[in-house]
Design a protein around this ligand. Structure first.
Ligand code: NAD
Ligand code: WQD
Length: 353
């Protein structure tokens, strides 16, 4: 087993929702995160939030993953100062499903192209460990639930989903082309919530597409009501079912996956489903929020949203058995922390971290 602390780790997309929380988890585990972000979907406030939570001046570089020379300079700088990058958590990507339908070429260039450039620079500097942000979206509508890693990848419902399938293929081919690559493909289910301090969370840029930020903005009075997209599905209460995972559990999974990569003795590429293993319907999420906060969620039942998967939740056994990771926080915990974050956002003197 290799040493599993004290490594210098590049966190691309480190100013983003999951990257910022994972940077805090890396620091708490004794690693040294180095943040990189082009700030296309985040602000420097998130970096300040990470620094506040870590209690130190975490390095941050405004850089695009497609900038070959910029990445080379960063990797070389780390060598020059005696702190070479030893692993990469790669979060940087565009993730809006609807936008990807309107701009498929942009999503391909950014998500797949950016990965390609990063891998070339990593290879030049002999950096072999990567934890990649994939998504359960690669499975499409599963034939059975819970979903394990052997489930087939079906036709991607969106260009965004295709970029995740394509990136997994690029990473698999990259590993086959060289000795020593250690790559964990983390297929996230539905990350929700925020750091319990409320210092960092999901930055709400524009009208949220996702359920939980729309729900908290509705309760905060920013939106008039939450629309439940259909209650006539073949599920117990008629609404769609997902596996909602607290973002801090997800962040801790990245530390476990990095340590797994660093401890591999030979080249390895392996997918891990990251979820609680329990599904929750839209109405159950609403009830969880109301139970956790004592507040009611104004909501109406509306038409189905095209492209929605009816029911999907994870079988997280592989992550438990091989990464030693298991979700520990409840949906109520996530709702409490999501509301705490929303309230801090609402405070006039608070720049959104
Ligand atoms: P996010 O948008 O909050 O974070 C992504 C960050 O990457 C942003 O700060 C953005 O500015 C940055 N970025 C984008 N393209 C870049 C580039 N070319 N170079 C440098 N920085 C770039 O999104 P998130 O929710 O934190 O998601 C992180 C990763 O997890 C993404 O790859 C996403 O596809 C994946 N993922 C997210 C979810 C989810 O529900 N949030 C679910 C499954 C997978
Ligand atoms: C969850 C449930 C909606 C909003 C998406 C992406 C996926 C990944 C995670 C990046 C669904 C319902 C939602 C609302 C609602 N992102 N809903 N009213 O669709 O499972 O996954 O985010 O990788 O790729 O597809 O998450 O939060 O949008 O929806 O009823 O206002 O909530 O129908 O059943 P989803 P979501």
């Amino acid at each position: 087993m290799g040493q599993t602390h004290g490594h210098h780790v590049l966190v691309t997309g480190g100013a983003g929702y999951i990257g910022s929380h994972s940077a805090v988890a890396l620091h708490e585990a004794g690693h040294h995160p180095i943040l990189l972000d082009n700030l296309s979907n985040s602000t420097p406030d998130a970096v300040e939030g990470v620094r506040e939570l870590c209690g130190r001046d975490i390095p941050f570089h405004t850089l695009d993953c497609s900038d070959f020379d910029g990445l080379k300079s960063l990797f070389q700088h780390q060598v020059d100062v005696g702190q070479p990058i030893q692993g990469v958590l790669h979060f940087a990507a565009f993730k809006a499903v609807g936008e990807s339908v309107a701009k498929p070429a942009l999503y391909a260039a950014n998500n797949v192209g950016g990965l390609g450039v990063l891998l070339q620079v990593m290879a030049e500097f002999g950096v072999e460990a990567m934890v990649f942000s994939s998504s359960c979206t690669v499975y499409g509508e599963p034939n059975k639930v819970p979903v394990d890693e052997g489930a087939p990848m079906q036709h991607a419902e969106s260009p965004y989903g295709w970029t995740k399938q394509a990136c997994e293929r690029v990473l698999t081919d990259h590993a086959s082309s060289r000795e020593g690559a250690k790559i964990a493909l983390l297929r996230y289910f539905n990350p929700v919530g925020a750091h319990p301090s409320g210092v960092i969370g999901e930055l709400p840029l524009g009208v949220p597409n996702n359920l939980v930020p729309f729900l908290t903005q509705t309760v905060a009075g920013i939106r008039p009501a939450l629309t439940v997209f259909g209650d006539d599905y073949d599920t117990p209460d008629g609404t769609c079912i997902r596996d909602y995972l607290h973002v801090m559990d997800l962040a801790e999974a990245h530390v476990a996956a990095l340590n797994w990569c660093l401890s591999q003795s030979k080249d390895k590429v392996r997918a891990f489903n990251l979820g609680t293993g329990t599904g929750a319907s839209v109405l159950e999420v609403i009830h969880s929020f109301e139970r956790a906060t004592g507040l009611s969620v104004p909501h109406v039942i509306g038409p189905r949203r095209p492209g929605d998967v009816v029911a999907i939740w994870a079988d997280p056994k592989r992550a438990h058995n091989e990464l030693g990771w298991k979700a520990s926080r409840t949906l109520d915990d996530a709702m409490t922390d999501a509301w705490n974050w929303q309230q801090r956002l609402g405070q006039p003197d608070n720049n959104a971290h």
